[in-house]
Design a protein. Structure first.
Length: 115
């Protein structure tokens, strides 16, 4: 039973990470105001103004171990987007109660939720 739960948890986490990646790849292809090169090359350490700023809430309350993984995922998204995506991450119960994270996404209060 534990193996099945673990597998489902890993699949759910993978789906969330992949959805963030897909959303980050889409968007305004005609927006050239950020100064990035068209081939996606890094700006050589220069500060890049983010093209997208996401508000993301986690269902996990502060101090819960899963928040460490959530933070790592968000850092990876920011890193691999070369700074074009900035994520403001809030833990459970900071913006909305933990059990209402999907409602917050649906209503547009936050851009994404990690559960």
């Amino acid at each position: 039973m534990k193996s099945k739960r673990f597998r489902l948890l890993m699949i759910a986490m993978l789906v969330v990470v992949m959805s963030f990646t897909l959303v980050g790849c889409g968007g305004d292809s005609g927006n050239t105001s950020s100064g990035n090169t068209s081939n996606g090359a890094s700006t050589g350490g220069q500060a890049v103004e983010p093209e997208h700023v996401w508000t993301v809430t986690s269902a996990w309350v502060a101090g819960f171990r899963f928040n460490e993984y959530v933070e790592k995922h968000m850092e990876m998204i920011e890193k691999y987007s070369d700074g074009r995506i900035k994520i403001n991450l809030y833990t459970g119960n900071e913006l909305v109660p933990s059990m209402e994270t999907w409602d917050a996404v649906e209503s547009g209060l936050v851009d994404a939720a990690h559960m």
